[in-house]
Every structure is written in structure tokens, then in C-alpha cells.
Ligand binder design. Structure first.
Ligand SMILES: NC(=O)c1ccc[n+]([C@@H]2O[C@H](COP(=O)([O-])OP(=O)(O)OC[C@H]3O[C@@H](n4cnc5c(N)ncnc54)[C@H](O)[C@@H]3O)[C@@H](O)[C@H]2O)c1
Length: 443
């Protein structure tokens, strides 16, 4: 079967989830483009949007329609070229309407996995559970005569484990989109040791069409992104515990968040990031990695939090749930004392934390620098000054930065990636760092 022919019938599993809905949207946009290629004119394309939650599927169609409409309005010039064969469509409005109708006609929402038995490509974004993913893959594979390719969005489970357990004969690849898939440019691609060339080139072509950047990772639990993130969590939690010699739990938490956010010029602090991803998700990923790696990656702090009901994550409308912080208008305004589970206003704790850190270097905000054309220059200057700052905050920031470099080097030495440049690429594109952790700017 021709590579592109495989797109004529595809399935997105977990289509109503956080990642699945974005992956579905990207595929809808891609498939409409294919429909207009001369070799496919007049042919039928199908995208099964499969999810076990009927309620979530109901909202999904509105979401896709909304997003497709917005995309069309922004990309009318490209659409005019796509619809050149329909000369009766003159006004922008008509073209946009036709495009939205074409896009929506592709999507077939369903709670029945059986619809995927006719697909040639299976995009999977269901819960991060080895047994559930394996069971679903096996069922589809055993009932689908097309020998489909499986593109898994797993962020931590080794692809070989899924392949072996589900009996897929190598027809699987890790195609790890970042959140939110429609916006984030990065895809971490994880191939088996002996990949199927056609599948690798299909993913390459797809990424190009979707304007995504591929970073290759080797098939080791956690890959690059979570390999880094989970080890950073362990470092940050240890630091948080150490700082409690001098600070209250809430102050220590705020201090670690400030170091990783403001002093290292990142978009958010490590506890904010854990809250954004969700403590439950972090715990799940940590467990997967712990079960597959010899290294001890057990972080009991996460389980303690969950047992106390501290979860974080987001509401359906994308706003942040209470977790380590309470948010107002997207800004963290209260911080949690994890022991007593009481929140205190950040502004009440900040003076004590700032006095403790006693930071002397002028700080640039991530927001400010990410938009500046002098970004790299300012970052260099900042780290040059930080090097000579002997305050407690500067020492902790320097140690933190060094620990992050060690994690990145460890990923390379453990063969998770073939170059430390890939760690930089993942952290800069998937986590929005302004500089790679491997470039220790204080050298
Ligand atoms: N959330 C992130 O930031 C993120 C980032 C990268 C990768 N991932 C990975 O993407 C995958 C999905 O994560 P998510 O955050 O979107 O989860 P989610 O809980 O938002 O979505 C999962 C969806 O799968 C559905 N589902 C569960 N079991 C199913 C089954 N057997 N058949 C059909 N549908 C089923 C659920 O109803 C839900 O809608 C996981 O493997 C995760 O590790 C997540």
C-alpha cells in the first residue's frame, strides 16, 4: 500500500482526551489537504474519532469545528489554492464554509473500537497504562486485515514492550506529541531497533506536513522529555525538603519554584509545571519509568500528595485546578502548605523568601526575554552576572542549573539520545526553555 493511501482510513484512539483531540485536529487538517491532491480527487477519506467516553465525544465535534473554522480564517490564502478546482467558490466566506464542511465530513466519532478494524493507521492517545494500551492494540491488530501501523503517543512506555506484548510485528512507532499538539512544534519520535522504513518515512512526511520538528529519542522508558522532567522533579522535591531546615513548607515550596522559574528564566517553576501536568500524571509516569529502569525513580512525595487529594491539572475549559498553587487570571496567587493543606497568599510569604534568597542579580522575566531580539545576548549577560553573585539564591540557582546539566548528560550517557543537542531541542521546543540545559552558561 502506498504511504499516502494509508491516510484514507485512519483512527485516533482517545480522540476526546487532551492529546487525542489535538492529534485529531492535526489529522483533519492534513487529510483535507490530501483530499485535494489530484490522485485522491473524488475519493473518500475517513477519520474515526474513538473514545470510551460518550460525553467527551459529544463536546469533541464542537471543539473540532471551532478550531477548523479558526484555522480556515487564518489560512485563507492557502485555502484559495486548495479550492482552485471549485471555481464557483468565490468569496472567502464560501471557501471557508466548504472547507469546514469537508473537514467535518471526515470525522466519525464512535465509542466502538471495532470501527478501527478498517483503518490502516492507528494514532493512539489513551491513558498511560501499559496493559490497557497493549490490550487495545492487540484487539485491533488481531481483527484488522490491513496490517495497520500504530503511532503511539506514549510519553514513557518503551515501544518495544508495547510491540512485544501486543504482537504487532514491529508495526509501531512512538510519535510523542507535546501538549497542546496543535500548538507545540515538537514531536519526539521513538523507533524500534529495526524500524520499518516505510513507517519511519511516513512519520517524517506527516511531521513535515504538520510543520513539526522531529527529535529522535531512543527506546528507553521516559524518553527524553519525561526522562528529564521526572528526574528534575526528584531533584526539586529533595531541594524543597532541604530548604525546610530554614523555611516553612509553603515558603520552601515557593523558594524552589522561584529558583526554577525566575532565577533560571523559565516560563514556570517546577511545582507550577507539575501542577499544570497534574500530580496524578507525574506519578503514573514516574511509576512506569521506575518499573522499566534499574535506577530508583520512586518519588513517594507524589503519592503522599495524591493521598491528600492534591492533584492539580486543568479544568475542561483549560483553566488551572488548585494544586500547589491557587490561580487567579492565570497567575499563582496562593501557595499550598503541603503538610497542613492550607493556602497562604503568595504576597504574604514572598518577602521572607526573597530575604532568604537575597538574590543580587537583575532578573529578566521569561515573558520579556522570549519576545526580545536580544534574548541570547541578555541570557549570556545574566548568567555572567549570576556567576559572580554569592547570595544564597544565586548559589541555589547555580546548583540547580548544574544538576539540570547533569540530568541532560546522564540521558546521553544512558543512551536515551544520541546527542545532548537533542535534550536541548526537547527542552527548548517542548518545555519552552530559552536555552538548553546542556549549555551551562556559567562556564
Ligand atoms: N497530557 C499531556 O501533557 C501529555 C503530553 C504528551 C503525551 N501524553 C500522553 O498522551 C496519552 C494521553 O494522555 P492525555 O493527557 O491526553 O489523557 P486524557 O485522559 O486527557 O485522554 C485520554 C482519553 O482516552 C480515552 N480512553 C481511555 N481508555 C480508552 C480506550 N480503551 N479506548 C478508547 N478511549 C479510551 C479517555 O476517555 C480519554 O478521553 C498518554 O499516553 C500520555 O502519556 C500526554
Amino acid at each position: 500500500m502506498n504511504q499516502l493511501d494509508r491516510f484514507k482510513n485512519i483512527t485516533v484512539l482517545g480522540a476526546a482526551g487532551k492529546m487525542g483531540s489535538g492529534i485529531l485536529l492535526l489529522n483533519v487538517l492534513h487529510s483535507v489537504k490530501l483530499m485535494h491532491l489530484p490522485q485522491f480527487l473524488g475519493q473518500t477519506f475517513v477519520i474515526n474519532a474513538v473514545d470510551q467516553s460518550f460525553e467527551r465525544l459529544q463536546g469533541l465535534m464542537d471543539y473540532i469545528k471551532n478550531q477548523v473554522q479558526k484555522w480556515a480564517e487564518k489560512n485563507i490564502v492557502e485555502l484559495r489554492k486548495q479550492y482552485i478546482n471549485r471555481p464557483h467558490l468565490i468569496d472567502n466566506k464560501d471557501i471557508i464554509e466548504a472547507f469546514v464542511a469537508d473537514a467535518m465530513s471526515l470525522v466519525k466519532p464512535s465509542i466502538n473500537i471495532e470501527v478501527s478494524y478498517h483503518s490502516s493507521l492507528i494514532f493512539e492517545a489513551i491513558i498511560e497504562d501499559e496493559n490497557i494500551k497493549t490490550k487495545v492494540f492487540r484487539q485491533i491488530n488481531e481483527n484488522n486485515p490491513n496490517k495497520p501501523y500504530f503511532l503511539s503517543n506514549t510519553s514513557s512506555i518503551p515501544i518495544k514492550v508495547l510491540d512485544d506484548k501486543a504482537g504487532l510485528e514491529g508495526r509501531i512507532i512512538g510519535c510523542h506529541f507535546y501538549n497542546p499538539p496543535a500548538v507545540q512544534r515538537l514531536i519526539e519520535v521513538v523507533q524500534l531497533d529495526e524500524p520499518i522504513t516505510e513507517l519511519s518515512s511516513l512519520v517524517e512526511g506527516l511531521a513535515k506536513h504538520m510543520n513539526k520538528l522531529i527529535v529522535p529519542a531512543n527506546d528507553i522508558a521516559g524518553f527524553i522529555g519525561n526522562g528529564f522532567f521526572m528526574r528534575e522533579i526528584i531533584y526539586a522535591v529533595n531541594l524543597y525538603k532541604t530548604l525546610q531546615k530554614d523555611l516553612s513548607p509553603a515558603e520552601a515550596l515557593l523558594a524552589v519554584d522561584k529558583i526554577s522559574h525566575e532565577l533560571l528564566i523559565r516560563p514556570m517553576g517546577i511545582f507550577q509545571l507539575m501542577g499544570y501536568v497534574g500530580v496524578d500524571v507525574c506519578s503514573l509516569i514516574m511509576r512506569v519509568m521506575d518499573s522499566h529502569l534499574e535506577e530508583n525513580l520512586n518519588c513517594s512525595f507524589l503519592d503522599e500528595l495524591l493521598s491528600k487529594g492534591v492533584k492539580g491539572g486543568q479544568h475542561a475549559n483549560g483553566t488551572q485546578r488548585d494544586g500547589f498553587f491557587k490561580y487567579e487570571g492565570g497567575k499563582a496567587v496562593e501557595v499550598l502548605d503541603v503538610e497542613s493543606l492550607k493556602y497562604t497568599e503568595v504576597k504574604l510569604l514572598e518577602p521572607k523568601v526573597d530575604e532568604y534568597l537575597d538574590f543580587q542579580t537583575k532578573v529578566y522575566s521569561w515573558n520579556q526575554l522570549s519576545r526580545s531580539k536580544y534574548k541570547d545576548q541578555h541570557i549570556q549577560e545574566y548568567f555572567a552576572q549570576l556567576k559572580n553573585d554569592e547570595s544564597k539564591g544565586a548559589l541555589l540557582a547555580k546548583e540547580y542549573s548544574q544538576a539540570m546539566r547533569d540530568i541532560a548528560v546522564q540521558l546521553y550517557e544512558n543512551k536515551v539520545c544520541d546527542s545532548t543537542d537533542y535534550v536541548n531541542a526537547v527542552m527548548m521546543n517542548g518545555f519552552y526553555y530559552l536555552y538548553g540545559p546542556v549549555n551551562n552558561l556559567m562556564d
